[in-house]
Design a protein around this ligand. Structure first.
Ligand code: KIV
Length: 272
């Protein structure tokens, strides 16, 4: 069964805007390594995000703040080696673009040059508009990210829903327009009211990809470990579990351990 447009050989930022124009929804998820990226790309996903959520789900940190440019490049290289069709976008990690425009552009060029990824994602609106413009001017497509921005966790103090109040909602609307004017090719909206996400999607021409932002946007993104049931003890209502891989792994490992302990593995067919 094919669930994607087979005419597209490699998904580009242009394809994504055409998908919005034609009302085709964009499916996006995360990947951080070769094996998973091979499976996800083979399934026909449109966009793979090498998210800085690698800091949580791969490295076991409590936030996205510790992950470095070098670590993001490593994860992106592993994913790029696997992917044939999907658009590969990489998160610029905390500290890589906040210090100065010059350093932001240098890090952006380095991540693209060393990983071979297709584009970058940057959290923030007006505050980072200059660095975003300069990265776009350097020829690198940029995906924006508004709403809950995990790199600003110390400013927010929690991962609760954002932009419920009018003032923050209006700033988000205005930031989305600024990001479009700055040349961003798409924007992720994380954990905001569905009505606001719909307004944003209707007010800009670039694709809006939601995570916890309702269905009236141009696409959806979920962290792969969350949607496949690998992440333990994390089940916000916006995550739909498409598999229970965590349980499958536990059961498989227990069966293996038991077979080793009682000497039923390997059997005669499994030895030389
Ligand atoms: O890093 C990440 O996985 C993300 C998604 C939550 C959109 O930014």
């Amino acid at each position: 069964m094919s669930v994607h447009n087979e005419n597209i050989k490699k998904v580009t930022a242009r394809h994504l805007s055409k998908m919005k124009a034609e009302g085709e929804k964009i499916a996006m998820t995360t990947a951080y390594d070769f094996s998973m990226a091979t499976l996800i790309d083979g399934a026909g996903i449109d966009v793979i995000l090498v998210g800085d959520s690698a800091s949580n789900v791969m490295a076991g940190n409590g936030s996205t703040l510790p992950i470095t440019v070098e670590q993001m490049i490593y994860h992106a290289q592993c994913v790029v080696r696997a992917v044939k069709r999907a658009h590969v976008v990489v998160d610029m990690p905390f500290g890589s673009y906040q210090i100065s425009t010059e350093l932001g552009v240098a890090n952006a060029v380095r991540i693209i040059k060393e990983s071979g990824a297709d584009s970058l994602k940057i959290e923030g609106g007006e505050e980072y508009i200059n660095v975003i413009k300069q990265i776009v001017n350097a020829g690198i497509p940029v995906m924006g990210h508004l709403g809950l921005m995990p790199q600003s966790i110390n400013k927010y103090g929690s991962y609760a829903i954002r932009a419920k109040e009018d003032k923050e909602a209006e700033k988000l609307m205005s930031d989305a327009k600024l990001l479009e004017e700055a040349g961003c090719y798409a924007i992720v909206l994380e954990k905001i009211p569905a009505t606001l996400a719909k307004r944003v999607a209707e007010s800009v021409n670039i694709p809006i990809i939601g995570i916890g932002a309702g269905h009236e946007v141009d696409g959806q993104v979920l962290v792969m470990q969350d949607m496949l049931g690998i992440t333990q003890n994390f089940s916000p209502k916006f995550v739909r579990k498409y598999a229970n891989i965590g349980e499958t792994i536990t059961n498989a490992m227990q069966a293996y351990i038991s077979d080793v302990k009682d000497s039923s593995f390997p059997n005669e067919d499994e030895e030389y």
